[in-house]
Design a protein around this ligand. Structure first.
Ligand code: SME
Length: 160
């Protein structure tokens, strides 16, 4: 068992610093990408409050395929350029979406989602996956959340 105890009362930047440290510790020495993504999704769920979905989509043969996650069952395959995840994967850029209903082509996997943050994970210059966070709260994510998940993506790229 791993006991990580995030304190949601501390500044957001500190929570993300701890999340990244925990992620490094949890994946250190473990070569299995599924095991690592499963634990990382659980860790995000534990550290980041007010989410209804958190997990991975992996780039496989030119499309995104669902990976380990927390939350309700989700769409399995997302073409590049489609939805928030497909846009992040194609552009290689973080998508910070305050209102998913205003995002052209948003894919509604869970009707409860109101805002979304999707961060590409790059290895050797290529996007190999995206980390997707959904919240039932409009405009739940800000630049600090984006920076925190980008730091996580960089830290775990070699482990997934
Ligand atoms: N809403 C995402 C699809 C994935 S689910 O949110 C888990 C999108 O538009 O890409």
């Amino acid at each position: 068992m791993f006991a990580f105890e995030p304190d949601p009362a501390q500044p957001k930047a500190d929570v993300y610093r701890e999340l990244v440290e925990a992620a490094r510790a949890l994946t250190a020495g473990e070569p299995d990408p599924v095991a690592n993504m499963a634990n990382l999704a659980a860790l995000i769920w534990q550290f980041v409050p007010r989410l209804n979905w958190a997990g991975f989509y992996r780039m496989i043969d030119g499309e995104l395929v669902l990976g380990p996650f927390q939350g309700k069952p989700a769409c399995i395959r997302i073409p590049l350029g489609k939805g928030v995840c497909g846009t992040a994967a194609q552009s290689g850029e973080t998508q910070l979406v305050p209102d998913v209903h205003a995002f052209p082509g948003h894919i509604a996997c869970d009707g409860a989602s109101a805002s979304e943050l999707v961060v590409p994970v790059r290895r050797d210059g290529r996007v190999i996956a995206v980390i997707d966070l959904d919240s039932p709260e409009p405009a739940r994510f800000d630049e600090e959340d984006a920076a925190g998940i980008e730091a996580l993506a960089a830290a775990i790229a070699a482990a997934i």
